[in-house]
Ligand binder design. Structure first.
Ligand SMILES: O=C[C@H](O)COP(=O)(O)O
Length: 258
């Protein structure tokens, strides 16, 4: 089955409104009616999202960057200081939302349980969830990758049915490869993502597993994206550091044209 690639730039806590605005201008110049063959989106900080929206302040002359949230709360509203709901993101026209990023798991107590709650909430909204998962260096070195992923997927996808799961985008991110410059080799990434597809086939079925898109994330850059994207089971990339600069992001989303 042919799955369309999807490249999401996750800016993390970089690029505020001013830089976002400049990024948009620069990317727009580069795109200039160029055909982009993959889906692409930017996960900007919440305060920056309105500045990279289509038709923002009349600056965007036609490119449509899909917006992605880096996080969201699973409740619709309530006394949750500092949180943002899916309904609020919908009002901004946000298309995707990341769930379970390792930095959220590490620093903000995101667990498989909250991942599950967030996935279920997103599946009841118009936001497409991007579920991140992956193992630590220690787990990798102890050969525990498959077990860790099995647990993250089984618990994260609890009570989510076959039709719903097709809307989820998966992002395999080995934690030891995030921001470290150490990329999993294309072969390693392919092997684990293939395993992920097998796990999904076991929980649901083969047909469903063939349909879902699974990205790779972890030190993806202009120099290595092409080889990663050529792997049979890798359907895109979740890119941190290399997505913050417009030249680099442009090269990433046109990796197949260079
Ligand atoms: O969300 C993106 C990933 O954490 C990868 O970050 P990185 O490309 O800076 O390694």
């Amino acid at each position: 089955m042919k799955r369309k690639k999807i490249i999401i730039g996750n800016w993390k806590m970089y690029n505020g409104p001013e830089q976002g605005h400049i990024f948009l201008h620069k990317l727009e110049e580069k795109l200039n009616n160029k055909k982009i063959n993959c889906d692409f989106a930017i996960a900007a900080p919440f305060v920056t999202l309105p500045y990279i929206m289509p038709h923002d302040h009349g600056t965007n002359k036609g490119i449509e960057i899909d917006l992605c949230a880096q996080n969201f709360h699973y409740q619709n509203e309530g006394a949750f200081t500092g949180e943002i709901s899916l309904a609020m993101l919908e009002q901004l026209g946000v298309r995707y939302g990341i769930v379970g990023h390792s930095e959220r798991r590490q620093y903000f107590n995101e667990t498989n349980k909250t991942v599950n709650l967030k996935l279920k909430a997103a599946l009841n909204s118009s936001i497409i969830p991007v579920m991140a998962f992956g193992e630590t260096l220690e787990e990798f070195e102890k050969n525990q990758t498959d077990d860790v992923i099995l647990k993250q997927l089984t618990e994260g996808l609890k009570e989510i049915n076959k039709t719903q799961i097709e809307r989820i985008i998966f992002a395999y991110e080995p934690i030891w490869a995030i921001g470290t410059g150490k990329t999993a080799t294309p072969k390693q990434a392919q092997k684990t993502i293939k395993k992920t597809r097998e796990i999904i086939a076991n929980i649901y079925d083969q047909k469903t597993a063939e349909k879902v898109r699974i990205q790779y994330g972890g030190s993806v850059k202009v120099e290595n994206i092409k080889e990663l994207m050529e792997q049979k089971d890798i359907d895109g990339a979740l890119v941190g550091g290399a997505s913050v600069d417009p030249d680099s992001f442009f090269k990433l989303i046109t990796y197949d044209q260079n």
